[in-house]
Design a protein around this ligand. Sequence first.
Ligand SMILES: Cc1cc2nc3c(=O)[nH]c(=O)nc-3n(C[C@H](O)[C@H](O)[C@H](O)COP(=O)(O)O)c2cc1C
Length: 118
Amino acid sequence: MFLLCAGERLTWKSRTEEGYSTGEMDCSIVCTHMMPEAWELGLGSVWVRLFEVAALSRAFALPPEIKPICLLPVGYAAAAAKPARRHSEYRPPEEMVKVLKGSTAAIKYLSAGYLGGD
Ligand SMILES: Cc1cc2nc3c(=O)[nH]c(=O)nc-3n(C[C@H](O)[C@H](O)[C@H](O)COP(=O)(O)O)c2cc1C
């Protein structure tokens, strides 16, 4: 069982959005790499987020700046285990993609130097 956590003292903080840090996003990226890596080793895994943060933090004696993001139980998949139906069922692209009116303005904004920096 892996517990992925964000250390709030170390996470990248946005200078354009008060209180935003990338800890959860970073952990999600790591987790999406761990799952196929486990699979390469012959192991299945399940992304779990439905837990009581306070209870979990107490159980693992996490300091306050360490935020639990997700659990990743890893093990041998049951012989009958199969992917959920949403792996093969897709919503039509018209439902998933929306071209926004402001796209040109957004590209101008980004190319004017508001991207990145630190
Ligand atoms: C962000 C996130 C949180 C999830 N949290 C839970 C959870 O707490 N409990 C659970 O049973 N499944 C949870 N799931 C769903 C499972 O990880 C898994 O995707 C689902 O059971 C479908 O399995 P499959 O993708 O292998 O077919 C979560 C998925 C995501 C992406």
